[in-house]
Design a protein. Structure first.
Length: 315
């Protein structure tokens, strides 16, 4: 039940202090800090998004952003509720408001992503109309300029697209991959995404005599701040590093272990060529894909992440 005293409006820069105050200790049991304080003002300024706050008189009770990843795919992120206002329907009010806004702007689907360990976030997502869609994990191969694989790697984006189209990865991920438009977001992957990556970042396929065998593309690379000793850099300077260069790949799809070995080698060479310290490759959370990654010693993240979706066409 939603509290009748609550209202929803667009967030403003003046809401910053209130939001920072109740997100300062979002996950007290984990070392991971909350990123909202760093992105709040950028969120407010973003034209292709709406950041909404629930308000109880003059106090901000919760916040949520909805941004567009394509002309019909909306992405909801950053749901936070002030602990003093929990149990009053703040999350439901924000989600309903942004579902209506997204639909009015042409969206037919809204998605979000929740860490698998975030039970409260998963429960909130289901309670507000999101349904389970898919799950993924991260492959994390170390950059290596001399890496080699047993098959042939190609930079032809259409070869990569050909494999993606027929892959088990595409089926499990429901056609979704990392979105170039937004970090920590996924949307439907298109042929143009592979072609754009080939022109602007990198795209790779793997082939043999039977045709296409694997696919990936680099969606972005960036610098991030790290704690002492956290950097993925392999030399003695890593312990003192304050930033690391991360190369992020939108999806990894492959037919078998030799194809993965070749794909991982291409990723390692590409990451090394741009001076990356660490990589992340989105892969399906299946026994086969995760165990293949372990078999080639490519590095696997500890926990999966969950994607949920809401069909907006009936609104």
């Amino acid at each position: 039940m939603t509290d009748a005293d609550l209202t929803v409006r667009a967030a403003t820069d003046d809401d910053y202090e209130d939001v920072v105050a109740f997100t300062r200790n979002t996950w007290p049991e984990r070392e991971t800090g909350d990123y909202l304080a760093d992105v709040f003002h950028d969120w407010i300024a973003k034209e292709s998004a709406k950041t909404a706050v629930a308000v109880d008189e003059d106090a901000v009770a919760g916040i949520l952003q909805c941004t567009f990843l394509s002309d019909r795919e909306a992405w909801l992120q950053g749901m936070r509720v002030d602990p003093d206002h929990r149990g009053r329907g703040v999350g439901s009010l924000l989600v309903e408001h942004l579902f209506d806004w997204a639909r009015s702007e042409g969206a037919t689907v809204a998605r979000n992503m929740v860490f698998s360990w975030n039970q409260a976030g998963l429960g909130q997502s289901r309670a507000t109309g999101f349904e389970p869609t898919t799950e993924f994990r991260w492959l994390e191969p170390d950059p290596d300029p001399a890496a080699e694989g047993p098959l042939d790697a190609t930079t032809d984006p259409d070869a990569a697209w050909q494999y993606w189209q027929q892959s088990a990865a595409r089926d499990h991920l429901r056609g979704l991959a990392l979105a170039p438009e937004e970090s920590w977001a996924v949307r439907e992957l298109t042929r143009e995404d592979f072609r754009d990556a080939a022109d602007e970042t990198a795209a790779f396929g793997v082939t043999d005599g039977d045709g296409a065998r694997a696919a990936t593309f680099r969606v972005r690379d960036y610098e991030r701040e790290v704690e002492d000793g956290e950097s993925g850099a392999s030399d003695d300077a890593a312990d003192a590093a304050t930033t690391e260069h991360v190369a992020e790949y939108g999806v990894g799809a492959w037919a078998d272990v030799p194809a993965l070995e070749t794909l991982v080698a291409a990723i390692k060479r590409d990451a090394a060529a741009i001076g990356a310290d660490r990589t992340r490759v989105l892969i399906p959370e299946t026994v086969r894909h995760v165990s293949d990654g372990a078999a080639v010693r490519a590095g696997i993240s500890d926990h999966p992440d969950f994607v949920l979706s809401a069909d907006l066409t009936g609104r």
